[in-house]
Design a binder for this molecule. Sequence first.
Ligand code: KMH
Ligand code: ZN
Length: 303
Amino acid sequence: MTNDAPASRPAAEPAAQPGPAARPAASAQHGTLITVAPTGAESLKSAVPALPVTLDELVTTGKECQAAGAAVIHVHIRDGQAQPTLDLARLTDTVAALRESTGLIVQLSTGGAVTDGFEARLAVLDAAPDACSLTCGTVNFGDEVFSNPWPFIRDLYARTKERGVVPEFELFDLGQVATLHRLLGDLGAPHGGHVHCDLVMGVPGGMPGNAATLVQAVSALPPGATWSATGIGRTSLPVIFAALSAGGHLRVGMEDTVSFARGRPVTSNAELVERAATLAGLAQRPPLRPDEARTLLGVNGRR
Ligand code: KMH
Ligand code: ZN
């Protein structure tokens, strides 16, 4: 989902930074995991021409974003008419193509679009991604409802464990943090043994995207969990700064914001990743490479 334009002015031209491949390995504690969410299910290609919707566009975006500092790609796909789809053959081809052309951890969305049914969302795991998103509760989503009842959450989590797919727990509000505790209490640790969460902030209907809320949410997470945060629309930059200062990781991309600055549309996902990587570097926590991210998240090596 994207919302409004960010409230910030354009960032100053950043100083040149060595790319992630050019620097020595960072320890996970001292690096920043950057996830790119390039497409989402909400924006129309006709309204956002820079949105990657074809497989070629997605692969090109993945390569550019890896070069800019991303280690994980959160994937929604589109059909031949650029509409959101969970078509299994397309998902399987997408996983293969991203693996072929990038080193990114491939995380498929199990959220899909608000119109997708539970069976199709569960079947996403049949495409055998490295990782998947797993939202821990139902949330109002603008004028829609993003439905995630407890039995579905539980079934999806059980299936990630059976299939050896590493879940990322998407948390849109504090009640969902409580559900995450319930899930781990009932079914135990995820595949890979490590709990990683993503705070999705600023959705109209979810928790607001500001520093005070972020600190509260982080304090409620399970001990030992790592977390990233993403701010929707105009909350993108405040959430990046709050997450970096609180020791968190980052998710950016056109799924979450289509404005780079007030009145200035995003021209590519890579420029959002570049900005996040620059800010992470300034915070002395440079981007983690994909191999470092695999270690952090407990994701298997390349399949
Ligand atoms: N498109 C939203 C309804 C996810 O990817 O897991 C759900 C979403 C979350 O984007
Ligand atoms: Zn998503």
